[in-house]
Design a protein around this ligand. Structure first.
Ligand code: FAD
Length: 365
């Protein structure tokens, strides 16, 4: 993974700020990383993946997150799509789709709708069985990476009962993808709405048919939460690095900023936040790798706390750099905007807190 991280550093170079300003990632870069298996590195080797552990992939995700939040977002979506196929797909579906997802095709995952955000049980997209095909109708919003995607994994209600996910190629008749204009952060992540109007795909594209909507969503979100948490570790690393460099070199009142105690406190908090976030992610990934039942709660805990630490840490980094970081495209300015979004996605802070509180009560027995 270390070798791939060094290569990624070279590939991104100093372009992340420009991608943020223009709102576009180079598609050839995405396809290249995808074809190297690096956008979903936990896919098993027999399916064309790299077969990395959650911890190794997490470290790599953190590295991506330290370089470019938009690229990390695309990586999270691809990994979540692959995980949905692994968890919900039959062996033949796994064989087909995982090879495509590790062969350069790009994917997005679509749960959210205009009237179903935190409350995903309210989703109204329909997946209707019709002979050997299914017909999909719905409106999905804020779908990360959809503007780059070849395939969208769409979640909805299944006509035969329960819910289902369906793998929809974006070039199918009836699919319309529209970019979200000027998002607050992760601006080059290709967030888009996806409108599905009588979209017909073969039944072989349906995953997890008949399972409860909540269960289907929870399986895919688990990967997303873990990936976002590691991405927040990356945000904290980038912020700690930029803040420490600036504080060590910029002088005010005749000494380095780092020698002013109130500034030094920001650096201490950044180091602590980065360390705590890393430990939480390592714990969650170890639980994931060992198949421990603790995996669900430790992933939730990591996502919730790492997003909070990244939002807090990035605000502190902007404070340390002050005017030097207060411009569009600067690493700490990007981190500040990107980190705020981490408190909203894959289960907002409030939704994570609701689930953690339920866990506390359940633990009483
Ligand atoms: P709402 O659900 O309307 O919530 C508004 C506020 O109320 C939030 O603070 C929320 O925490 C709070 N709230 C709601 N219900 C409760 C409650 N019961 N108790 C306490 N507080 C509550 N969706 C996808 O399907 N795929 C994607 O790839 C994707 N990527 C995204 C990327 C970005 C950058 C963003 C901003 C969104 C993305 N989304 C995606 C959508 C995202 O999942 C939703 O925005 C999120 O679930 C919150 O839903 P909402 O925005 O409708 O807010």
């Amino acid at each position: 993974a270390g070798e791939h991280a060094a290569k990624l550093t070279d590939l991104v170079g100093d372009r992340a700020g420009e991608w943020d300003r223009t709102g576009v990632l180079p598609v050839d870069l995405l396809r290249g990383l995808g074809a190297d298996g690096l956008l979903c590195a936990e896919v098993p080797i027999e399916h064309g993946g790299l077969g990395w552990s959650s911890t190794d992939n997490g470290e790599f995700t953190a590295h991506t997150g330290s370089l470019c939040g938009s690229l990390r977002s695309v990586q999270t979506s691809q990994g979540m799509a692959a995980w949905a196929v692994q968890r919900l797909g039959e062996p033949a579906q796994q064989a087909e789709y995982l090879r495509r997802l590790t062969g350069g095709e790009l994917a997005a995952v679509a749960f959210s709708e205009p009237h179903a955000g935190s409350d995903l049980a309210a989703m109204s997209t329909t997946i209707r069985q019709d002979g050997d095909s299914v017909v999909v109708d719905g409106h999905k919003v804020w779908i990360t990476a959809a503007s780059y995607a070849d395939l969208v994994v769409v979640f909805g209600r299944y006509s035969e009962g329960g819910g289902a996910a369906v793998v929809v190629p974006v070039d199918t008749a009836g699919v319309r993808v529209e970019r979200v204009p000027e998002p607050l952060g992760c601006r080059a992540a290709g967030h888009s709405s996806v409108v599905l109007d009588s979209v017909r795909v073969p039944s072989s594209a349906v995953l997890g048919a008949g399972a409860g909507v909540g269960l289907l969503v929870a399986s895919a979100l688990a990967y997303g939460r873990k990936s976002v948490a590691w991405g927040c570790v990356g945000i904290l690393r980038a912020c700690r690095d930029a803040a420490a460099r600036h504080a060590a070199t910029r002088e005010q009142f005749g000494k380095a900023l780092a020698e002013h105690q109130l500034v030094a406190r920001h650096l201490a908090n950044l180091v602590t936040g980065e360390h705590v976030a890393t430990l939480l992610c390592e714990h969650a990934s170890r639980a994931w790798d060992s198949g421990s039942p603790d995996s669900v709660i430790s992933t939730l805990l990591a996502k919730n706390e790492c997003a909070r630490l990244a939002a807090e840490g990035s605000a502190a980094a902007v404070q340390v750099l002050a005017s030097a970081g207060a411009r569009d495209g600067h690493v700490v300015a990007r981190a500040y905007r990107d980190a705020k979004l981490m408190e909203i996605i894959e289960g907002s802070t409030e939704m994570c807190q609701v689930l953690l509180a339920e866990h506390a009560v359940r633990a009483l027995g």
